[in-house]
Structure formats: C-alpha cells, structure tokens
Design a protein around this ligand. Structure first.
Ligand SMILES: NC(=O)c1ccc[n+]([C@@H]2O[C@H](COP(=O)([O-])OP(=O)(O)OC[C@H]3O[C@@H](n4cnc5c(N)ncnc54)[C@H](OP(=O)(O)O)[C@@H]3O)[C@@H](O)[C@H]2O)c1
Length: 200
C-alpha cells in the first residue's frame, strides 16, 4: 500500500510511521520535516502536496493545532487557529485528498480525548475535535469508490505524558502500541465512519 502520513515525524506520528513502514510504502509529510512539506491550514499547500505525490491507498493525518488558553483569554482570532488547522485542515485533506485516492482507499483523521472529556483551557481544542468527529460520521456516508473515512481519538499518549501531565490530573496515559493499533485498524481494516476512542 502507498500510505501518506502527515505529521509522521511527530510524537504519535513517528511510532505510527515506523509500524506502517515495515510492510508498506510510506511517505511522510510535515510542516518543517518529512519527504513532502505541507501546511494543512492552507488548502493551496494541500493541493500542491497531492499533486506532487499522485495516487494513494491511504492518507493518515496526525497533525493539527489549536490554541490552549482560558476561555476568557481566547480572542476570535485565537479560535481561528484551531478552525483553520485541526478542523478545516482535516476537512480539506478529505475534500481534496479523495480525488487522489485509489478505489477502496482510506482516510484516517485525528482528534483526541478532549472532544469527550475536556480539561481546563481547552475550549478551542475540544470544539474542533468534536467538529471533526461529527464531520467524519457525516462524510463517510457520502464517499464513493469504497473510500472510507475514520478518526482516531486517543487519550493522552505515553510518549507525551511528561509534556502534558499537569493539564490532565489523574490521567492514565494510553500506550503507544494501543494508539498505533487504532491507526492500523483504520487503514487495513474495513471500518467506515467510526471514531476509535483509544483509552488506557
Ligand atoms: N500527544 C497526545 O497525547 C495526543 C493525544 C490525542 C490526540 N493528539 C493529537 O494528535 C495530533 C498529533 O499530536 P502529537 O502529540 O504527535 O503532536 P506533535 O508531536 O506536535 O507532532 C505534530 C506533527 O504534525 C506536524 N504538523 C503540525 N502542524 C502542521 C500543519 N499545520 N501542517 C502540516 N503538518 C503539521 C508537525 O510537523 P513539523 O514538526 O514539521 O511542524 C509534527 O510532525 C494532534 O492533533 C494532537 O492534538 C495528541
């Protein structure tokens, strides 16, 4: 399978990339690293990436930002960071990317625990995660040529625990193995329109 992993050099992305590389032809894309450069918050950049790469069997996105801060500190413009990146970035990956999929291909998006269990300072991140989960269920109904769309929604992962643990008091991080398995299930399995909630 020819698989594009956007954010494939990130904390989650590098473990997922390693797993798929064992058996597949993997292309890693990122904002400042990877074989192909892309900024998912720009649809022009997404178009250019796909035009360069050509036809694919799977797209896996493990990238996207949102601003974390107290609700009272977040400006309208701050909300647009998450809307442009994690929300519309992923919508545009499906909107544009579906034209580059081989029949029966799959697109896997990434949200996270905040959609279901937000913590302090995550109004923006929780909001865009929830939007992508609803989008995924709806868009999966309209895909043709057997193209599937799913989302992996992990809890805080083991490899990011030190960085984020103070934001998630009492949280039990999820193993990298379990998170990676969810991406494998989306790409190699037959599921469609599902939100895989990966918890410890
Ligand atoms: N860490 C967790 O515990 C956890 C849990 C659940 C969900 N998530 C979600 O999973 C995703 C990845 O998390 P992570 O912890 O692996 O993040 P990370 O370590 O910061 O890695 C993110 C990767 O995405 C790329 N990237 C970021 N913004 C991009 C953009 N606009 N266009 C293209 N590439 C971009 C980065 O590339 P460059 O370095 O080249 O900029 C980097 O390779 C995020 O959406 C996060 O919210 C994370």
């Amino acid at each position: 399978m020819k698989i594009l992993i956007i954010g494939g050099n990130g904390t989650i992305g590098k473990t997922v990339t390693e797993r798929f590389k064992a058996d597949h032809d993997v292309i890693v894309a990122g904002r400042s690293s990877g074989e192909v450069r892309v900024d998912i918050s720009s649809s022009e950049s997404i178009e250019m990436m796909f035009a360069k790469i050509g036809k694919l069997d799977a797209i896996v996105n493990i990238a996207g930002d949102a601003k974390w801060d107290k609700f009272e500190n977040l400006s309208e413009e701050d909300f647009y960071i998450g809307i442009r990146s994690k929300m519309m970035g992923q919508v545009n990956l499906v909107r544009i990317g579906k034209e580059y999929m081989n029949d029966g291909g799959s697109i896997t998006l990434t949200t996270g625990i905040l959609a279901d269990d937000p913590v302090d300072m995550t109004t923006s991140a929780a909001m865009v995660n929830g939007a992508i989960q609803s989008f995924t269920k709806a868009v999966a109904l309209e895909m043709d040529r057997g193209i599937r769309v799913n989302v992996v929604s992990a809890d805080l992962v083991e490899d990011a625990f030190e960085k984020y643990k103070d934001y998630f008091p009492g949280n039990t991080p999820v193993s990298m193995r379990k998170v990676t398995d969810a991406y494998v299930k989306c790409v190699l399995g037959k599921i469609n329109g599902e939100i895989l909630r990966v918890r410890a």
